[in-house]
Ligand binder design. Structure first.
Ligand SMILES: N[C@@H](CCC(=O)NCCCC(=O)O)C(=O)O
Length: 254
């Protein structure tokens, strides 16, 4: 029996002659096995959608990663060839969903593109092609066809003492994977840095003043749920928050 319903905003993809509203299986299965929740993929309608109609019916929101990037016009910057590829329908849905999820105090876990959308949704900005910036590591996905190699755990981050994330995985150094070309540049006012990489890249944030679980991570814990303790702890804590909200909702309905 799943402990709650979790919305996942879809990406728009085109293949086999169709346009699809889709989300990768690794996020779906991490939610099911790591959080014991039932994921619900929300279509990314071009004209936007009534996110409150979705949020009235779910107990949590999981924002997945994606190869596409948030359009730079959404954080006041001009588009260049270094910013693409884009998915405007995903942007529209995800940013609206994130803002209302936070306003309503619904548990939120944002992964990779998700932490970037969280930062933009709350007024921050992003840097692109960060591997070209002075002093930065190369955070991009390794060039490989092998998925386990692409998502391999490969660099150290430092979790801040006393942070929300530290209450879940402990503070200090942990090792994570890395598959991104962009990262947080200007931190949104309502976000607190929870972890950083050795080169200063922000690797995790939490929403200041959120009544419950509201965390974004730049890496991909979903991929190693079931075999990596950090990944398991993050998804279990998210599942516990979702379950608690579901129980409160049931009690309120009685
Ligand atoms: N596009 C953004 C976010 C990166 C991200 O979410 N990666 C997940 C997909 C990885 C893959 O399969 O290529 C960025 O590049 O920063």
């Amino acid at each position: 029996m799943h402990s709650g319903l979790v919305a996942i905003p879809a990406d728009i993809r085109s293949f086999e002659g169709y346009t699809w509203h889709a989300s990768p299986d690794q996020y779906i299965m991490a939610a099911v096995t790591g959080s014991n929740v039932l994921p619900l993929i929300v279509p990314a309608l071009a004209e936007g959608g009534d996110v409150d109609m979705v949020l009235d019916r779910v107990d949590g929101v999981l924002i997945s990663g994606s190869r596409t990037n948030v359009h730079p016009s959404l954080y006041g910057e001009a588009e260049t060839e270094n910013h693409g590829p884009f998915d405007p329908a995903r942007d529209r849905l995800s940013l609206a969903l994130i803002r209302r999820t936070i306003e309503r105090g619904i548990p939120l876990l944002a992964i990779c593109r998700g932490i970037q959308e969280l930062n933009v949704a709350l007024g921050g900005s992003l840097a692109t092609e960060i591997q070209d910036l002075p002093g930065r590591m190369d955070h991009r996905k390794p060039v490989t066809e092998d998925r386990d190699t692409a998502f391999a755990i490969r660099h150290t981050i430092k979790v801040k003492e006393g942070s929300c994330l530290a209450s879940i995985v402990g503070d200090g150094e942990v090792r994570v994977n890395s598959l991104h070309r962009q990262a947080i540049s200007k931190l949104a006012p309502r976000l607190a840095v929870e972890a950083v990489a050795e080169d200063g890249t922000i690797e995790a944030v939490s929403v200041i003043g959120a009544p419950g679980f509201a965390i974004g991570v730049q890496w991909h814990p979903e991929y190693w749920v079931g075999s990596d303790m950090i990944s398991d702890k993050i998804f279990k804590a998210f599942g516990d928050a979702v379950r608690a909200r579901h129980i409160r909702s049931d009690q309120a309905a009685e």
